[in-house]
Design a protein around this ligand. Structure first.
Ligand SMILES: C[S@@+](CC[C@H](N)C(=O)[O-])C[C@H]1O[C@@H](n2cnc3c(N)ncnc32)[C@H](O)[C@@H]1O
Length: 291
């Protein structure tokens, strides 16, 4: 099976293909204004893991690349054209949303269960130009099953979300209200608490239970034969600073170990050419043929 995410195809998707067409007028104009060198550098940085240091065009190209990667995964898994996707903790990130819009040509359904209000408002304004049916629920993703019927989604996408769920889990008990807090100026504190709890007990008492609960909720919401897709990225520019580098390079393997020791009906499937340290796809239902 050919490797996913051929750089030339991703480049085509974000400069003229279905991702470009669904980025909205402002972002597509910004992408169109980039030089070939800026585009190639941004693309190489976004596709590398750990990610090459941020570039001037970084966030623009990076977010479009993630959309192209998720859209390709939806095709790879042969998900329906009018697919339904759930994303816990989207914050202000519309990468998955744009991928759903592109894959479904605006006929799909997308839902997120998210806490932070300011980021939610930014998400709403970014996605206002999309045709998708979008549902944003303000709650902890640990309660996702109370908002949607079982088996009502084709996939759940944990896009750079494992760290956010863990950060929230260690910060709320210390008194930080992550629904109202200004996320970015407070994120360092959250991550420092995360490192502290990781050093204390490997996140066994705070972090692991919450993440497994969110994953368990996603398993209920996604139909048998559907997928839970996880990715994480960490930028090399953070390697020699305060970020707990080894932990942030191990979040997907750690989630994999936790899930493997749970009794959740999930089976990992290989993503051709993807680094399992940064990507993971789990099929809902036990080995293929069961569901
Ligand atoms: C920094 S944002 C961005 C997330 C996005 N996954 C990304 O990195 O592209 C983090 C968001 O995750 C939300 N979040 C974290 N843990 C959550 C939980 N347990 N339930 C719902 N939302 C959560 C936060 O409230 C915040 O809005």
């Amino acid at each position: 099976m050919p490797a996913l995410w051929d750089p030339a195809e991703i480049r085509r998707q974000i400069t003229s293909g279905s991702i470009f067409q669904n980025l909205g007028p402002q972002r597509s104009a910004e992408i169109a204004a980039l030089s070939d060198e800026e585009l190639d550098a941004g693309l190489t940085a976004a596709l590398s893991r750990p990610q090459l240091p941020h570039l001037p065009s970084g966030a623009l190209v990076r977010r479009a690349v993630y959309s192209a990667q998720y859209a390709e995964l939806f095709t790879h898994f042969d998900l329906p054209s009018a697919l339904a996707v759930y994303e816990p903790g989207a914050g202000a990130s519309d990468s998955v949303t744009v991928a759903v819009e592109a894959h479904s040509q605006g006929r799909g359904r997308y839902a997120t269960v998210n806490l932070n209000r300011t980021l939610r408002a930014q998400f709403q304004s970014k996605t206002a130009c999309l045709q998708l049916d979008i549902d944003i629920v303000e709650d902890r993703a640990e309660h996702s099953q109370t908002h949607f019927p079982p088996n009502s989604f084709d996939a759940a996408c944990f896009h750079h979300a494992v760290n956010d769920i863990l950060q929230t889990a260690v910060s709320e008990p210390r008194g930080m209200d992550t629904t109202t807090v200004d996320w970015w100026p407070n994120e360092r504190q959250m991550i420092e608490w995360l490192a502290e709890d990781f050093a204390a007990d490997g996140l066994d008492s705070r972090g692991r239970p919450e993440l497994l609960q969110v994953v368990s909720g996603a398993v209920d919401l996604v139909r048998p034969g559907g997928y839970l897709i996880f990715d994480h990225w960490t930028s090399l520019s953070a390697r020699d600073g305060w970020l707990p580098w080894d932990l942030f390079c191990d979040l997907i393997p750690m989630a994999r170990r936790w899930i493997a020791t749970s009794d959740l009906p999930l089976t990992e499937v290989e993503l051709p050419g993807a680094d399992p340290r940064w990507w993971m796809a789990l099929r809902v239902g036990n080995p293929i043929g069961d569901s």
